[in-house]
Design a protein around this ligand. Structure first.
Ligand code: HEM
Length: 471
């Protein structure tokens, strides 16, 4: 910055592209941005398949925005016209069916890709210092993505759109004092109606996409500031060559550009197979009830959110009045455990005991009902993911160098998450409810006991250089 403007001298016979680039670079840091963020970004050379999902998430984000723009050209955000306009897109608009199926399939694929992306972070400890902010930006993206999917699901104005929104907005009603007014404020009416549809449309097509794009930019800037983690969970920046580049690093371009291109090709094959042959995916991607127009007078017998919300929805449903006593006992046990096992300061321990006591008293049926706590647990089951950087105290970042039994802990956690997800799609039965309660307890135990279990066991020696076999 500053100083007189100096034009880069390009040989007169240089290709016109070079001249144009030099002209732009003198006025805007195009090459610098490209090189900093990708071209000369040194990434660990041992990335495996798990490292594809970040770029795939970006691809799906672009697909969703592009297909969304075309859908908006024909969609009508009006309670009387919305359902018909989607049918019109499917039947009359040239290629409308393709655009719509790409968008609806893209929504589910987004969550599959992002869940796998998060699982990678969990396995390799990618959220650990100094990558806490990458994780927090990612978590904020995840929250926005959930809101984006929820708002979008109302737009086709089918039975499940309508009743799903009704159920979720009513959850806010369980908050003491302000709850009923809050639900009214969100809906803009006493029931889900045209006013609700209009505001959900505004959030879905512009507000949230803008926020998500901004957060993705922040996510990547933070990543490229500290550098990528890798399957070994060691810092490549600790071993630099004479030029100051990591010895175990390779330039993202062309090495990871080509690898990502391959990943994108495989992904697009799978994506196309779903779009062309199974866009409803057995009712998981597009629910059958949503092919019926919304009817405020007819509640469907079984209202379930789309599959990507069901793990958290199951936690909500698991919180029955009986389960509250189990929760109270669990909180009491946790407080005792902290007093006996943690090295927290005495004052902090007192604070923990007071919070525990307040929670237990609040859980008494005479104070706040199970419905309220269901909403609290539902919210907590999402928010707790953000705390991982501070819960994991393991001396080794990556699962590779942790005690073998840690792998089983992760497997049990993954099974709990999938079980909760499955149960959330099913009608509750007494057996299913008990199963979801056990899975809920294990889900929270995984996080809340992590400060202890993550340090336990026989750790393997962590190498100083990446393990990499050329292929
Ligand atoms: C729209 C959604 C998202 C996009 C487009 C995105 C994009 C990316 C990209 C391109 C990378 C670098 C390549 C890679 O490591 O795979 C990355 C890394 C990372 N992302 Fe995301 N991400 C998204 C959501 C999330 C979420 C929800 C989380 C966690 C809550 C998350 C956590 C991380 C972490 C910890 C890394 C660093 C990984 C490492 O260095 O080992 N991301 N992300």
């Amino acid at each position: 910055m500053g100083g007189p403007f100096k034009e880069t001298q390009v040989p007169a016979n240089a290709p016109v592209g070079h001249k144009a680039l030099a002209w732009v670079d003198d006025r805007f840091p195009l090459s610098k941005l490209w090189n900093d963020q990708w071209g000369k970004y040194y990434a660990p050379k041992n990335f495996n398949i798990w490292y594809l999902f970040g770029s795939l998430a970006m691809l799906v984000l672009v697909l969703q925005i592009v297909t969304g723009i075309f859908l908006t050209m024909h969609y009508k955000p009006d309670a009387n016209l919305a359902f018909g306009s989607v049918e019109y897109i499917m039947r009359e608009v040239p290629w409308g069916w393709l655009v719509r199926y790409m968008h609806s399939t893209g929504a589910s694929m987004f969550f599959i890709v992002v869940y796998l992306h998060m699982a990678r972070g969990l396995m390799y400890g990618s959220y650990r210092k100094p990558r806490e902010l990458i994780w927090l930006f990612g978590f904020a993206i995840f929250l926005c993505l959930m809101a984006e999917a929820f708002f979008g699901y109302l737009l086709p104005w089918g039975q499940m759109s309508y009743w799903g929104a009704q159920v979720i907005v009513n959850l806010f009603g369980a908050i003491p004092v302000i709850g009923p007014d809050l639900s009214l404020w969100i809906r803009g009416d006493y029931v889900v109606s045209d006013a609700t549809l209009n505001r959900f449309f505004a959030f879905h097509v512009i507000a949230l996409p803008l926020v998500i794009l901004g957060l993705v930019a922040a996510h990547l800037i933070a990543l490229h500031e500290v550098g990528s983690n890798n399957p070994d969970g060691i810092e490549i920046k600790d071993n630099l060559d004479a030029d100051g580049h990591p010895v175990d690093g390779i330039m993202s371009h062309p090495y990871y550009s080509t690898k990502d291109f391959f990943g994108v090709s495989v992904f697009l094959l799978i994506f196309s197979a779903i779009v062309f042959f199974a866009p409803e995916m057995g009712g998981y991607f597009l629910e059958y009830n949503n092919f019926l127009p919304a009817d405020s007078m007819k509640t469907p017998p079984h209202i379930a959110p789309t599959w990507y919300f069901t793990p958290f929805y199951s936690v909500l449903r698991a919180t029955t009045a009986d389960f509250m006593y189990v929760l109270m006992a669990a909180i009491a046990a946790y407080v005792v455990f902290i007093w006996l096992k943690s090295r927290l300061a005495y004052k902090t321990k007192i604070a923990v005991a007071v919070i525990g006591l307040v929670l237990i008293v609040g859980m008494l049926p005479q104070v706040l009902d199970a419905k309220f706590w269901g909403v609290v647990l539902f919210g907590s089951s999402v928010v707790i993911i953000a705390l991982l950087p501070w819960l994991d105290h393991s001396p080794a970042r990556s699962i590779r160098y942790r005690p073998d039994w840690h792998k089983y802990v992760y497997i049990v956690f993954a099974l709990c998450f999938v079980t909760l997800g499955y149960l959330g799609t099913q009608l509750p039965t007494p057996a299913y409810t008990i199963l979801s309660q056990v899975a809920t307890l294990l889900y929270f135990a995984f996080f809340l006991l992590m400060p202890w279990w993550s340090t336990m066991g026989q750790f393997k020696p962590v190498p100083t250089r990446l393990t990499f076999t050329p292929h």
